[in-house]
Design a protein around this ligand. Structure first.
Ligand code: ADP
Ligand code: MG
Length: 472
């Protein structure tokens, strides 16, 4: 029983180490390492990725081994190995966001990359092909092309995934490159920490000597002037030295409120690419890819896959959420995964079904954007032309926002489709309008009633598909 012996040795070793290591180190070590084998001399620990393996080895390997004689009564060596495929993995793990435990270190250190976020696992489609192409070009030649790269788009569409993929790919080619991935929030915290601990020099060295800096969700820096200033200088130092910088955000550089103009202009120096919502076909491809790697493909019939990709509300994270709900459902009820079960699971997630016709494989008839516009115009006492106009009168902005929301929810229209059907509005304006509509629906009874009425009118227009709605 090598594994249980390994667990026992590890337990005793870390109990001893706890007194010697800082809280932070202890946590990062134990959160990342799992005892796997002990052969009498070498204790093997598995870690999620190469970065962690290298990091733990360098930082803890010798020290931990030196504790062994006291903690265990005999010397041992330690080996950190990257976890290979895990056949016994709980099915759902694949779809559940890995815990950010340990991934949010503020004091700098190892870049923690999610092992699943690789190029190999990233399915390219129309909505993300530019971003994917730029990312892989960067992975081939960091700092040479597309510098900086700015990737933006709504949440749950793969920005973080792509960033990690860049990190993995560069590391696989050139392990000596100094790569650092971190959410902008962590940059802020590290900066504040450095001020408090008067360790600014160390902080700066840490960031300014990198080869590749990947900063996720920079919109988080809004209004944080001092951090932005520091980031600006970090950016310049790296840029001038030809180091690669990749930044993501939920919207285009110029549209992020509370970001200094000079930082915005830096972001625009390089390449700015957008990731949009995937279409149903793309969603199916993503689902298939994810299921493939976990023998789930057989468990989920093709019709269920289709139902899921046609009914998840847009983001890939939502799509994954729908699968998790379905799997949980099937396992709780001990039932096979069928179309009716999937329909029930989707309803529980509050998703309206518009492809409930399980006998026919044909794409069901859908409401069109102009039908939505006509219905909304009628309910709000205005005209479809008014909705498509540039006018910002409140009597028009409210119904316009409502109509946009319905186009997204009922039709699954992309931001681009919505933008161009409503007077050529840009991506970020559409996002903003959708958010306004959701907000309005939550605080105005009248708005909400009209929305519900519109949904009902539109669904009865399409007699072939009877949307099944959650009884609320
Ligand atoms: P964002 O950072 O844009 O909010 P994430 O990168 O966290 O989104 O992606 C959300 C989830 O969707 C992750 O589990 C990710 O692996 C998955 N995902 C996103 N895009 C793709 C894609 N093109 N192919 C496969 N999985 C994807
Ligand atoms: Mg993200």
């Amino acid at each position: 029983m090598h594994a249980s012996e390994a667990a026992d040795k590890w337990e005793r070793l870390v109990t001893f180490a706890r007194r010697k290591l800082s809280e932070h180190s202890f946590h990062s070590l134990t959160a990342t390492s799992t005892p796997a084998d002990f052969n009498g001399e070498v204790l093997t620990l598995v870690v999620p990725d190469h970065f962690t393996a290298r990091w733990n080895e360098e930082k803890f390997g010798t020290e931990l081994a030196s504790f062994a004689p006291q903690a265990l009564g005999h010397p041992i060596a330690l080996k950190f190995e990257v976890q290979q495929s895990q056949p016994q993995r709980v099915q759902m793990d694949l779809f559940v966001e890995q815990s950010s435990d340990g991934a949010r270190h503020t004091k700098g250190h190892a870049i923690r990359l999610n092992a699943r976020y690789t190029f190999e696992n990233f399915v390219v489609g129309r909505s993300n092909e530019l971003a994917a192409a730029a990312a892989s070009a960067i992975a081939e030649a960091p700092g040479k092309v597309y510098n900086p790269l700015f990737v933006y788009g709504p949440t749950g569409l793969g920005k973080t995934h792509l960033m990690h993929a860049i990190g993995h790919a560069i590391f696989a080619r050139q392990a000596e490159r100094r790569i650092r991935y971190l959410p902008a929030e962590d940059f802020t915290n590290a900066y504040i920490d450095a001020i408090q601990h008067r360790s600014m020099q160390q902080f700066r060295r840490q960031f300014r000597e990198l080869d590749v800096l990947l900063v996720d969700d920079v919109h988080f820096l809004r209004g944080k002037d001092a951090t932005q200033e520091e980031f600006f200088h970090t950016f310049n130092t790296l840029y001038e030295a030809g180091r690669q910088i990749v930044v993501t955000s939920d919207r285009a550089p110029a549209d992020i409120p509370g970001i200094e103009a000079r930082l915005v202009s830096r972001f625009q120096w390089g390449t700015v690419v957008n990731i949009d919502y995937p279409d149903a076909e793309h969603r199916t491809a993503i689902l298939k890819k994810k299921l493939q790697s976990d023998q789930l493909a057989q468990a989920i019939p093709a019709q269920v896959l289709e139902l899921l990709s046609q009914n998840s509300q847009g983001s890939i994270r939502d799509l994954e959420g729908a699968v998790v709900t379905l799997l949980a459902f099937a396992s709780l009820r001990k039932q096979p995964i069928t179309v009716p079960l999937a329909q029930e699971a989707l309803r529980i997630r509050g998703i309206q079904l518009h492809a409930a016709d399980d006998n026919s494989r044909s794409v069901p008839a859908r409401v069109t954007i102009s039908q939505v516009q006509a219905t909304v115009a009628a309910l709000w006492n205005t005209t479809p032309d008014g909705l498509r106009s540039k006018s910002r009168l409140r009597v028009l902005t409210l119904p316009r926002q409502a109509a946009m929301l319905l186009c997204r929810d009922l039709i699954g229209a992309t931001l681009n489709e919505i933008g161009s059907s409503f007077g050529g509005r840009d991506h970020s304006t559409v996002i903003h309008s959708l958010q306004r509509a959701e907000l309005e629906a939550s605080r105005s009874r009248d708005f909400e009633l009209k929305l519900t009425a519109a949904r009902q009118m539109l669904s009865s227009e399409v007699t072939q598909t009877k949307p099944i709605r959650r009884g609320d």
